[in-house]
Design a protein around this ligand. Structure first.
Ligand SMILES: NC(=O)c1ccc[n+]([C@@H]2O[C@H](COP(=O)([O-])OP(=O)(O)OC[C@H]3O[C@@H](n4cnc5c(N)ncnc54)[C@H](OP(=O)(O)O)[C@@H]3O)[C@@H](O)[C@H]2O)c1
Length: 151
């Protein structure tokens, strides 16, 4: 999923899809992922909720929360979709609370220091759809694979 707090490969088509899906909605990110965004700023046009244990942390334009309870409060009553957007530690903690996982597979191997649990081997998750391989302008093949939680 990542290395040195960066994506393994920037795929413009996938970034566009990510933007279209999340705009107008709410994203939850860990502090490190937020700081991997351009200029370490929240993504525009959506509510950014950032998790950090640092009680003095501030981030203009983002909702900062320090634990799961505060996170639940921050998203309570939000009428639009809530997207958990990483990184590794946040996916691990919040996957059990998600009903869908929208995965982008890249047909290439990378050295990584941040990983996503393999959903094919995670009880309760089933593959719900698999797109065609596509050729990215970035010079790699990629495809979208969706999973759903069964229980
Ligand atoms: N390919 C993808 O789809 C994708 C998506 C997102 C990120 N990534 C990659 O993932 C990597 C980052 O993942 P990561 O696991 O290192 O970092 P992360 O999950 O983005 O952020 C970790 C930080 O979040 C805070 N945090 C996590 N759980 C918390 C909790 N329960 N309560 C309060 N704060 C909490 C802590 O911040 P403090 O240290 O401030 O306390 C922790 O150090 C990067 O390489 C990034 O590019 C990939």
């Amino acid at each position: 999923m990542g290395r040195d707090n960066k994506l393994l490969k920037r795929i413009p088509e996938d970034l566009k899809r990510f933007s279209e899906l999340t705009k107008g909605n709410l994203i939850i990110v860990g502090r490190k992922t937020l700081e991997s965004f351009k200029d370490k700023k929240p993504l525009p046009g959506r509510v950014n909720v950032v998790l950090t244990r640092d009680l003095s942390y501030t981030c203009d334009g983002a909702v900062v929360v320090h634990d799961a309870e505060a996170l639940a409060k921050a998203i309570e009553g939000f009428e639009e979709a809530v997207y958990v957007c990483g990184g590794e530690s946040v996916y691990k903690q919040l996957l059990p609370h998600c009903c869908k996982a929208l995965i982008t597979e890249i047909d290439e191997a990378f050295e990584a220091d941040a990983h996503l649990v393999p959903l094919d081997q995670t009880p309760g998750w089933v593959k719900a759809g698999e797109g065609q391989w596509q050729e990215s302008r970035a010079g790699v093949r990629f495809r979208y694979v969706d999973y759903e939680r069964q229980n």
